[in-house]
Design a protein around this ligand. Structure first.
Ligand SMILES: Nc1ncnc2c1ncn2[C@@H]1O[C@H](COP(=O)(O)OP(=O)(O)OP(=O)(O)O)[C@@H](O)[C@H]1O
Length: 246
């Protein structure tokens, strides 16, 4: 697939969004292709979570369009997008803490139209993939932090997405857990899912992403391979606030 093929991509085109005069996004163009891991980085408050909200139907842009596999889906609500193959995780929790680990995954599968048998089968496979099979009958609240983060991704995967948007999934993980998490992300992309990865851990981003998109002050600022971005003076300036983009 090439970058010019819009038929298998989730794209934000010319997105603007302001909240009570605060311009959170003011010109973002980003394309997530199936089967790739695309990193989304930028300083605090750059607009990364706001963009994820746009791409997943939790908010709508003031200007611009969201395109899914060549169809304009701007303004579609989140539940409709979830059923159409777009899944996300959140910076915090969103788990059902008193349900078992297995039930958390099954509920997500049922919510997007799976039968009970399918939901059970999917949950078994996902808990295996995410290294949580031996904890599947425990309440979610008893999980250590690393497994809790993975359960959030397993729940998103239970909707059988074509696109998976991960908002700081590795926050609070130790180095070993981050390494394992990176491998899980790569294995998800290898099944043909497009993964958008937001994280402040640049080492994780560099290790797992094919391309990296940088947002600064609500604008698309730079995009390239890890090597291109690593060597970019513009990136250093963006993080040090000397970008001159006002
Ligand atoms: N619902 C909202 N109401 C008001 N302002 C908002 C809202 N959502 C986002 N903003 C503002 O938009 C800007 C971008 O925020 P956003 O959370 O998208 O940044 P971010 O890049 O995800 O930051 P971080 O890395 O700290 O998570 C910030 O100035 C934020 O305060």
């Amino acid at each position: 697939m090439t970058i010019s093929d819009p038929s298998e991509a989730l794209a934000a085109v010319g997105i603007h969004r302001a909240y009570s005069g605060v311009k959170a996004l003011r010109g973002v163009d980003v394309t997530l292709r199936r089967g790739e891991v695309l990193g989304l980085i930028g300083p605090n408050g750059a607009g990364k979570s706001t963009l994820v909200n746009m791409l997943t139907g939790y908010d709508r842009p003031d200007e611009g369009a969201i395109m899914l596999d060549g169809t304009d889906i701007t303004g579609w609500p989140a539940h409709r997008l979830a059923r159409t193959g777009v899944a996300r995780t959140y910076q915090r929790g969103h788990l059902y803490r008193d349900l078992s680990v297995r039930e958390n995954v099954e509920v997500a599968a049922l919510a997007t139209g799976r039968s009970r048998a399918e939901a059970r089968g999917d949950a078994t496979g996902l808990l295996e993939l995410f290294g949580a099979a031996d904890r599947s009958e425990q309440p979610a609240r008893t999980l250590p932090h690393g497994l809790e983060r993975r359960l959030g991704v397993a729940r998103a995967m239970a909707t059988r997405p074509n696109y998976l948007l991960l908002d700081e999934p590795a926050a609070g993980l130790n180095e070993g857990e981050i390494g394992e998490f990176g491998e899980v992300i790569r294995s998800i992309a290898a099944t043909g899912v497009g993964v958008l990865l937001i994280d402040h851990n640049i080492r994780l981003i560099m290790a797992v992403c094919e391309r990296i998109h940088v947002i600064v002050q609500g604008r698309s600022y730079l995009e390239g391979t890890p090597d291109e971005v690593r060597g970019s003076q513009a990136l250093v300036e963006a993080y040090l606030g000397r970008s001159g983009t006002q």
